[in-house]
Design a protein around this ligand. Structure first.
Ligand code: GAP
Length: 443
């Protein structure tokens, strides 16, 4: 089985990611995150949010609505050619293709049904809906295609309600929607996704300096969360390929099983957004510097990453398969074992509590007591089904950091074994010391 097939299969089997609307045959390019997937997603978002708002100075958060005035998207350039793909359409099955992606021989005919293709035309990626009680009379509104526009239209509100002075940042996590023509590679390119975006407002003269600063900071974040250094690279995007608003753009790429692909974009957006919103709204969005008496449009350095894309990179990076298994002492070693070596701050389950056997009432009772103590503090699972070896492997496969086994010695001296996912080493520890030990060892 190919690596991506293994990842997709594990995601479904263990409840990380499901196809949207599966019981109706699935809904294209949308995915649902299951009980374990949502924990990882929340952990990624928490790590990013803490990084921005706690570990950096002068960054505040925002949560803007998805639906906004359509004027926003006129001003941002998203309703025009800047956010459109040049496509050809099949006259027979009406499927659309990016012209440059059609192979030489199928340039004239549809690769799906052989039908005749139209000439290229622009196809906008914004998703449209209607707001108002009567659909025919309601004006079209758009589902946001990037979260950052909600930040720009609140630039004055944030300035007026805080004491922030330039340079400062506003960050946001939220859903974005794009009618992607070629979605695919599982959750890599989807039509509904979440973005984590920082908009850093600075003096134009300092934009280059902050661009380099944020590039380094963002790389450090991935490395801190365990992505292998050799699987990450930075690509400077040439002028012709940049987003319509970008004066400079780099992509942080990860080496996926399907090749090097972007996981994050860092852009110097110059004054594109604030000056256009000033023009379209009639509100003066220039910044006035009290100290220098200078009035200017700040430049914006943006860092933008998709939650699902980074999820996929973290997941693939953590996935390890060991043929023959890691345990060399028992028969069960002959199987193919999977360990999900997710960073401790991303793992969906921190600790699993396992009674050695389930048919000894005292052991089960004690194990449940330990579970009750730990579950308010850590994401915990209680599991009594199957042999202890099998249960360890079930936990390894979902990335559980520690397994605690309650055995007969526990009943005598109140100690349990605590097994580490990565080293498989076991220590004996008093139940009353568990909380402190785990806390210390997950930081
Ligand atoms: N505000 C800037 C912006 O949206 P982008 O390069 O279009 O820039 C930034 O998108 C990030 O959002 C990408 O690097 C990717 O992580 C994520 N992203 C964009 N389109 C996506 C899609 N269709 N599916 C999943 N993630 C996507």
């Amino acid at each position: 089985m190919e690596l991506m097939d293994k990842i997709i299969s594990l995601c479904k089997r263990r409840g990380f990611v499901f196809q949207s609307s599966e019981i109706y045959g699935g809904f294209g390019s949308c995915y649902d995150f299951g009980p374990l997937g949502v924990e990882i997603k929340n952990n990624i978002k928490k790590s990013w949010w803490d990084e921005m708002t706690k570990l950096h100075e002068n960054i505040v958060g925002l949560d803007a609505s998805i639906l906004m005035s359509s004027e926003v998207w006129k001003a941002s350039g998203h309703l025009t050619a800047g956010f459109s793909d040049l496509l050809v359409e099949c006259k027979k099955c009406h499927k659309r293709f990016k012209g440059d992606e059609l192979k030489e021989k199928s340039k004239e005919n549809c690769p799906e049904c052989g039908g005749e293709l139209t000439g290229s035309k622009l196809f906008n990626l914004m998703m449209k809906t209607f707001v108002g009680p009567v659909e025919e009379k309601a004006s079209p509104v758009y589902l946001r295609a990037e979260t950052c526009q909600g930040i720009y239209v609140n630039f004055l509100n944030v300035l007026d309600s805080t004491r922030l002075k330039i340079p400062f940042g506003i960050c946001q996590i939220g859903k974005a929607f794009r009618n992607e023509i070629n979605p695919g590679n599982f959750i890599y390119r989807i039509r509904e996704f979440e973005q984590m975006e920082l908009q850093w407002f600075c003096h134009p003269k300092e934009a280059d300096k902050f661009f380099d600063y944020w590039k380094e900071e963002r790389l450090k974040w991935y490395e801190r969360l365990g992505l292998k250094k050799e699987k990450l690279r930075i690509i400077e995007v040439e002028k012709e390929k940049r987003a319509h608003y970008a004066r400079r753009q780099i992509d942080i790429e990860y080496n996926f099983p399907f090749g090097w692909r972007e996981i994050e974009g860092i852009h110097n957006r110059g004054d594109w957004d604030l000056s256009n919103h000033s023009k379209y709204s009639g509100k003066d969005l220039k910044y006035f510097d009290d100290a220098t008496k200078e009035k200017y449009f700040p430049y914006i350095i943006e860092t933008s990453v998709g939650v699902e894309r980074s999820f996929l990179a973290f997941f693939i990076d953590a996935f390890e398969e060991i043929s023959g298994g890691r345990t060399k002492t028992t028969e069960s070693t002959k199987e193919l074992e999977v360990v999900l070596k997710l960073n401790k701050s991303l793992a969906p389950i921190m600790v699993a509590i396992l009674p050695l056997v389930k048919n000894k009432e005292e052991l089960v009772k004690k194990a449940k007591e330990v579970y009750e103590i730990l579950k308010p503090c850590f994401n915990s699972q209680y599991d009594e089904v199957g042999s202890i070896g099998r249960r360890y492997r079930r936990q390894d496969e979902i990335g559980t950091i520690f397994c605690i086994t309650v055995d007969f010695q526990t009943l005598e001296d109140k100690t349990v074994t605590l097994r580490d996912r990565d080293t498989m080493s076991q220590i004996r520890i008093k139940t009353e010391e568990l909380k402190g030990y785990i806390q210390k060892n997950i930081e």
